[in-house]
Design a protein around this ligand. Sequence first.
Ligand code: 6PG
Length: 230
Amino acid sequence: MPTRNVLRDPTAVARAAAEWVVEAAARATEARGAFRLGLSGGRTPEPLYRLLAGREFNGRVDWRHVHALFADERDAPPTEPESNYWWIRKLLLEPAEIPPASVHRMKADAADLEAAAREYETRLTEPLDLLVLGVGEDGHTASLFPGSPLLDERTLRVAAVHDSPKPPPRRITLTPRAIAEARAVLVLVTGSGKSAAVGRALAPAGETRSCPARLLCEYEWLMDEAAAGA
Ligand code: 6PG
């Protein structure tokens, strides 16, 4: 059942999300011996990643069974904070000691972006157990931006983006198909700057083409009061 949870502030959102991750990890590990977790970049999930890596939650997930995958990646070297990988590695992957072989970086810094997307597709033959997504002020999610032809993509699970309106223009992203195939999706939104996008994403009627986050309206949303707005 889709739910929209409005929590007091970003800290409360992160705590609720961390509980979700703990439960999803336990369920997946018990059922399939592994937990395939899809992670988003951006600032919103940072408190979640810190919490998961910290004293309170770290011991509640068996990180040896976690496979860390990505919702999207920007054309930036993995050694630079412009890449989603750099932040996620610093905040979560390293402190939680997820085995490097279980970390599946999207190589959006590769010269051949299409080949890098095709290579990542091979890692998506099994669905993600939990996909954590954010929403941009313009209503994008992952690197699916308003007006993108990828919103109609039904075959590929991973795609190259060459003209992202949010810099950098070159990216790799999961497609609507990969999102739809995930066993669970958790949408995190905080801050008053997102309230208009939340309104459009969750309105009873509207177009995914102008607000890609409408793809997510059937999933679990965790928002703070500022993002939930009116
Ligand atoms: C990216 C993201 C992107 C992000 C939203 C929200 O690479 O930019 O993965 O989809 O989730 O833009 O970003 P903030 O959380 O920083 O607002």
